[in-house]
Design a binder for this molecule. Structure first.
Ligand code: FES
Length: 345
């Protein structure tokens, strides 16, 4: 039997969750603004619900060509390790469990509930609320997908970041904007400029070199510093999983935490295919979800690699019949909202 709190969370559709996140975006620190939106695309509620309701879940997963670990129940404490707010997970998880125990249906809505939890955690830790909203939202969605019992069973452990995420939020944002120096005569260089792709901000050396105008997947393939396949069998070429290299399979999707403006614009093919795969890429020219075999780099970028991939857009979102609405505020609209200092939260 589910609790009142679970029943409340289960009332909302994926679109309503995304709308709540969109409403809260201006109040979320820039360090986690892309990250929280990426996380909600990495763990789509409608796909989860479809699989839960399927008579034969294994068959359904095969039909969607799901590869890798797509279930939150296996990664309750770790799915959000790429967020700055991950460090507040233990306290956020405890606060959500408190709310679940005392829930009486009197709440002003999903975004208000997320904010209340974020405020409470921030007060306890003397942290800024802008840093706890993202992890509070993720915690609630995690509970909605795994159920209260499993949620409570997780230990609430967090990893201490050793890489870029060990810095302050403002420093991280600044670092993401920087490009590698091209040397004293760098200004003379045209085609042979080199940049860096960071693929895990929590680790010091988790990066590879990339050439100006090269696809992320091509740079990833040159980095043979580890046996990538030993950790993830989808990674037969490099740290970024790939298969077709032609926007046909959906294996290489990545989230862009920073530097999305330094990537090539989304082509018509990439945009169409992202919908077919089911990856809810916003309608921006340079969104935070990309196919690594299509996105070319013109500067340093920071990415996060999802632990799974699949093709489910047709069944879950009906993309052949319906043109998907952009799920989030476009980057431009968001920048304007923040610049005007207007927050709807
Ligand atoms: S490798 Fe198949 S879509 Fe990029």
């Amino acid at each position: 039997m589910t609790t009142k709190f679970e029943d409340y969370l289960n009332k909302f559709t994926e679109s309503e969750w995304l709308a709540a996140i969109e409403k809260l975006l201006p109040a979320i620190h820039e360090v986690d603004r892309n990250a929280v939106q990426i996380w909600f695309r990495f763990y789509p509620l409608e796909l989860f619900r479809y699989l839960q309701a399927a008579e034969d879940k294994t068959k359904a997963a095969q039909k969607f060509v799901l590869q890798g670990d797509y279930e939150l129940k296996n990664q309750i404490d770790s799915s959000h390790r790429f967020l700055y707010g991950h460090r507040f997970w233990k306290e956020t998880k405890a606060e959500i469990e408190n709310r679940a125990a005392s829930f009486n249906d009197e709440t002003a809505g999903l975004s208000a509930l997320i904010e209340e939890i974020a405020r409470s955690v921030a007060e306890k830790l003397k942290a800024d609320k802008s840093l706890t909203i993202g992890i509070a939202a993720i915690g609630l969605m995690t509970l909605a997908q795994v159920g209260l019992e499993a949620f409570k069973t997780a230990k609430g452990e967090t990893e201490k970041p050793k890489g870029l995420l060990a810095k302050s939020p403002d420093q991280i944002v600044k670092e993401r904007l920087k490009d590698d120096s091209q040397g004293v005569f760098g200004f003379l260089k045209t085609v042979n400029k080199k940049f860096t792709v960071v693929y895990d901000e929590t680790e010091r050396d988790a990066k590879f070199s990339i050439i100006h105008d090269e696809e992320i997947a091509t740079g990833s393939a040159r980095n043979q510093t580890k046996d990538w396949r030993a950790a993830d069998e989808r990674c037969w070429e490099g740290v970024v999983p790939v298969e077709c290299r032609s926007a046909a399979c959906g294996t290489c999707w990545v989230g862009v935490l920073g530097g999305e403006e330094k990537l090539s614009e989304v082509s018509r093919l990439e945009r169409k295919q992202m919908k077919v795969f089911g990856y809810q890429q916003p309608e921006d020219d340079k969104p935070f979800l990309r196919l690594a075999c299509q996105a070319r780099t013109f500067g340093n970028v920071s990415i996060v690699i999802p632990p799974w991939n699949g093709v489910f857009g047709k069944k879950i979102y009906g993309v052949e019949d319906v043109e998907l609405e952009p799920a989030t505020t476009s980057a431009k609209k968001l920048r304007e909202t923040i610049a005007s200092g207007t927050s709807e939260t």
